[in-house]
Structures are given as C-alpha cells and as structure tokens.
Design a protein around this ligand. Structure first.
Ligand code: KG4
Ligand code: ZN
Length: 385
C-alpha cells in the first residue's frame, strides 16, 4: 500500500511517500471488525510490517520566523501555501511512483496552529477528492510516537510488536507545543497522566535562546552552546530551579525556568558578555529541563510497571536527553526497553504522519475516510482508537 503523508501543523511543510509492505503477513491474521485489536495486532507480531520511505520532503520555514524568535502563525500559513505544491511534486518525483499508485492520504488534523493546519488539511482533501481515494486524519502527537517505527535505512523500517511484553508503555512526548507523559496500555489506548501547565519543554528552550540572542529554533542552539563547555568553572557557576520536580504528580511547568533565566541575565549584565558564562547558563538550563523530564518519566515507569519507554517529539533530538534517559532507563530494575526515533525523524516530518495514519487505517478500520469528514482542530487531544 502506498501512503501519502502531509504535515503542516506548525512551521514545517512535510510531504512523504511511504510504502507499507505486508508481504510477510498471514492474511488470516488481519483484524476483522469484530476482533479485539489487541489480539489481532499481537497475532501479527512475528510477521511485522515494513515501511519503505520512498520520499520524505521537509521544507523548513526557520529563516522566515528566525527574526521574530518564534513562529508567526499567519506567516507560517502563507509559507505552507507557497511550498506545499512544490513539496508534493518533489516527493512524487523522488519516490519514482505514479500518482495513480497512491492508495491513502494521511494528513495532520491537529493539534497545531489553525492557519497552518488548514492549508495541509484542505490540500489533502482536494487531492482525496480528485484522486477518489480514502483520507485519514492524524493526530500530530500520535505521529511523533509512530516515528519510532521509522529507520533512515529505508528497507529496515519495521512496525513490529515484539511480543505481549510491549505494554504498558510510557511515552514522554516533548515538542515545541507539548510536554506530556502518556500511558499506553494497548494499541491506540492512550491516557495522558501528566502534561505541562504552561510552556512546553521545546518552548522553554526557544524562549531562553531568544533571551540570549541565540536564534531560533532555540533547542539546537542551546544544546550547541552547552556542548562547548568542556570544564565547568566554579566562578561562572549558574544554578537554576527544577520546577515541580518534587511534586508527586506527572505535570510539568517550564515558564518559571525561563523567568529565572530572565532575572539571571538582568542581574549579571557584565558576566553575560562572557561566552563561557553563556555556555554555563545554557548547560544548566538544558540540565534543569532534562532533570525534570527524566525524574518524572522514571517515576511513571516505576508506578505503571512500564515494559517500554518511548521518547519522542522535537526535543527528543537533544543528544544529552537521549544519553541521560538511556542511562536512567538502564538503572531501572524492571529493565524496560527504550525506544527513541532516529534523530532524523524527531522533528516534524510527514513520514511519521503517514505511518501513524496507515496503522490507524489498517487496524481501526475507521468509517470516516471520506474527504468530507476531515477537519482541522487546533486543540485536538489524543483519542483512543
Ligand atoms: O516536534 P517539533 O519539530 O515541533 C512541534 O511539534 O512543536 O519540535 C520543535 C521543538 C522546538 O521547540 C525546538 O527548539 C526543539 O523541538 N528542538 C530541540 C532540539 N531540536 C529541536 N530541543 C532541544 N534540543 C534539540 N537538539
Ligand atoms: Zn511536532
């Protein structure tokens, strides 16, 4: 099956062509409507599904938004409108498939910026109408989680539920718009056990970078500065709070951390000119975010006896977070598996949307796959299948 993925929830225009290959699957194992999804999916486990990424085009708008230090929604929509058709053409060209071969369109319907979402959703609806093929709306966050099934080595991208020991899974989803801890008890069965009460982790990176004039997006910029710090100097030592780390819930709060940095800059007008001080500050800000994320994830993994931990979202590209989460997971007595998308698939892309759309289409067998029934929803929550 060939799936066309479309992603425009924020400031990246993404179009991907994915081939889902079930050749190894026993036909009898495909779920019927009456069957429980859990049984049917687990039955397919030994066979798996190969995802072949035929093309994955991402047109970034970073240059447009950089001078504002963040995404300007109307400018983002204008750029999506300008880029979406050339991206489609390039994606089709690179995939070397005939347009007529596309079987399914998967498009992000939310959450995200409504002017941006509307461009992708309406474009996808028009294609579904013109080509007379099914279309499926995808939750952007489900897309981020589905990125764990993608491999840069196309031929080895595999959706494989190894065994019933996959669930429960705890997913730490950290992006520019979201910070959530999600308990996944079964396929498509989500429970948000905690989330940020104000800024998302990625937003905190972006805002701190803006205060330090490090540019946009802030996450990679802060990580780069932090990595320059070879030896920590006592004289330039900076200490920042770890908001809500002691609270026995799974919620987060990052806006106070940004304010703490604001005051630190205000009170250290001379020191802030020193690049070593900036590096210390970036390292400490990054560590403060990582400490809170890891502490809460480990606690959730213990409480819910997680057999799998999943890290996803744009902030999952942070090398320190990946490294430290790997170390913390290894220390857990229960030894859960840790799944992190390849670096290439952490930030927004349409390949992950195509995969999430395909899995939902295949295993949920939804009724609403007509272009008329698809709508954008800026505040879309993760819904159970
Ligand atoms: O998932 P994503 O591409 O878009 C949203 O869905 O929001 O995430 C973008 C966010 C931005 O806030 C960006 O600063 C952050 O991910 N990010 C990082 C890194 N790369 C991207 N944060 C920390 N370290 C990184 N290496
Ligand atoms: Zn995202």
């Amino acid at each position: 099956m060939i799936i066309l993925g479309i992603e425009t929830s924020c400031d990246d225009t993404g179009i991907a062509v994915i081939k889902a290959d079930q050749r190894g699957l026993k036909r009898t194992c495909l779920p019927t409507k009456q069957e429980s999804m859990r049984i049917s999916i687990l039955e397919q486990a030994p066979y798996g599904i190969n995802f072949d990424i035929l093309s994955n085009i991402v047109s970034s708008q970073v240059k447009v938004h950089a001078k504002y230090g963040g995404v300007v929604p109307n400018l983002a929509a204008r750029e999506h409108l300008r880029n979406i058709e050339p991206c489609l053409k390039q994606a089709i060209k690179e995939s070397k498939i005939n347009l007529k071969k596309v079987d399914l369109i998967a498009v992000t319907t939310g959450p995200g910026l409504i002017p941006s979402l509307l461009i992708g959703v309406n474009f996808a609806k028009a294609l579904a109408y013109k080509w007379q093929i099914p279309i499926i709306g995808v939750n952007h966050l489900e897309g981020h989680i589905a990125a764990i099934w993608l491999s840069p080595n196309h031929k080895t991208s595999k959706f494989r539920v190894p065994n019933p020991n996959f669930f429960p899974a705890i997913s730490l989803l950290v992006s520019g718009g979201h910070t959530q801890l999600i308990l996944i008890n079964d396929f498509g069965k989500y429970k948000i056990i905690g989330e940020t009460r104000d800024d998302a982790a990625g937003e905190c990176f972006d805002k701190i970078a803006k205060l330090l004039n490090l540019g946009y997006p802030g996450g990679p910029a802060i990580a780069t500065e932090a990595a320059k710090l070879k030896t920590k100097s006592q004289k330039l030592k900076v200490t920042l709070p770890r908001p809500m780390i002691e609270q026995k819930n799974y919620d987060f709060s990052f806006s106070g951390l940004k304010t703490a940095v604001l005051y630190l800059i205000r009170d250290n007008k001379e020191k802030i000119k020193d690049e070593k001080f900036v590096q210390n500050l970036c390292a400490e800000a990054q560590q403060a975010i990582i400490d809170v994320l890891i502490e809460k994830t480990m606690r959730a993994a213990k409480e819910y006896k997680a057999k799998t931990i999943i890290l996803s979202g744009g902030v999952a590209a942070n090398k320190e977070l990946r490294k430290q989460l790997t170390k913390a997971t290894k220390k857990l007595n229960s030894k859960p598996q840790l799944l992190i998308p390849h670096l290439k698939f952490c930030t927004d892309n349409a390949a992950m949307i195509a995969v999430a759309g395909y899995l939902r289409y295949k295993f949920k067998r939804p009724n609403n796959t007509n272009w008329r029934t698809i709508n954008a929803d800026a505040n879309l929550r993760l819904k159970n299948w």
